[in-house]
Structure formats: structure tokens, C-alpha cells
Design a protein around this ligand. Sequence first.
Ligand SMILES: O=c1ccn([C@H]2C[C@H](O)[C@@H](COP(=O)(O)OP(=O)(O)OP(=O)(O)O)O2)c(=O)[nH]1
Ligand SMILES: [Mg+2]
Length: 147
Amino acid sequence: MQQLAIPITNHSHHPLPAYATAGASGMDLRAFLLQPVTLQPLERALIPTGLHIALPEGFEAQIRPRSGLAIKQGITCLNTPGTIDADYRGEIKVILINLSNEPVTLHDGDRIAQMVIQKIEQINWMPVQTLTETARGEGGFGHTGKQ
Ligand SMILES: O=c1ccn([C@H]2C[C@H](O)[C@@H](COP(=O)(O)OP(=O)(O)OP(=O)(O)O)O2)c(=O)[nH]1
Ligand SMILES: [Mg+2]
């Protein structure tokens, strides 16, 4: 499959994010830290990666948690999925939070999250007075399956 080439700069000394397996959706992101960061329970921090990218129009990058970190250490992304806009040229950073009841220390090079590149569309609104009818209608929030 022809793969898109996306410009990237890397100010860290870590390898570029890469797909770990042939079928991986995401590429792991590594922390770029001059010194370790310890998160107390419920503490959050903005963790640098040293990476800047230039996505083409019509794409976004999503920053998602890693399940291993979540189950083993209670570390997750607070704003999941984080959104990297196509026109963003700043450093990609990851907002992590410690949801465990113990301090967790993050080190330089730790794989802290994963990044998924996705196609997206921008839309135009078409204001109308009424919307099309559906079987669901306005039901939601646990509406289905009731007698
Ligand atoms: O996990 C994240 C989320 C965002 N960003 C960067 C890229 C993104 O394009 C920009 C803005 O993100 P977002 O739109 O989520 O934040 P905002 O609070 O709406 O800020 P802004 O007003 O700058 O859009 O911040 C990251 O580096 N990591
Ligand atoms: Mg925004």
C-alpha cells in the first residue's frame, strides 16, 4: 500500500515514532525529558516529545493512551484522544494523568502514548427548520433495550 510521507522534525534523541507491527494503527510516542517526572496520584503533566509535524489538509493526528500503561500503572491521557490539527506546527505534547494511588515516575524515552494519523473532513452547515425522522428520534443515553 502506498503510504503518505509526512514531514517531521525530531529534536529528541529518540528514533522517529514507528509502527511496531504490520497492522498497527498507531505509533508509540516517547517522552523527551531532561530529567524524570514524577506524577503524584491525580497529578497531570504536559510531557514533551521533541516532535513537530506538518500534516496535509484533510488529516489529523490523534494522541491516544497506551493500554499497557493504563492497566499496569494507571497512567492515561487526560484529553483522550488528543487532537493534533493539520495546521499545528508546535511540538507534539502529551497530557498524562496518574489515576493510580501511587506516585509514578516517567523517564526520558518512555513510551507514553500512541499517535494515530486519520483522515478527517471539514463540513459546511446547512441550517434547516426540521431534521429528517428516524426510528431512534430523540431517544439516547440508554434509550434502547427498554420494554
Ligand atoms: O494532546 C495534545 C492536544 C493538542 N496538542 C496541540 C496540537 C493541537 O493542534 C493544539 C491545540 O489542541 P486543542 O485544539 O485540543 O486545544 P485547545 O485548548 O482548543 O487549544 P487551541 O485554542 O490552540 O486550539 O495543541 C498537543 O500537542 N497534544
Ligand atoms: Mg482547539
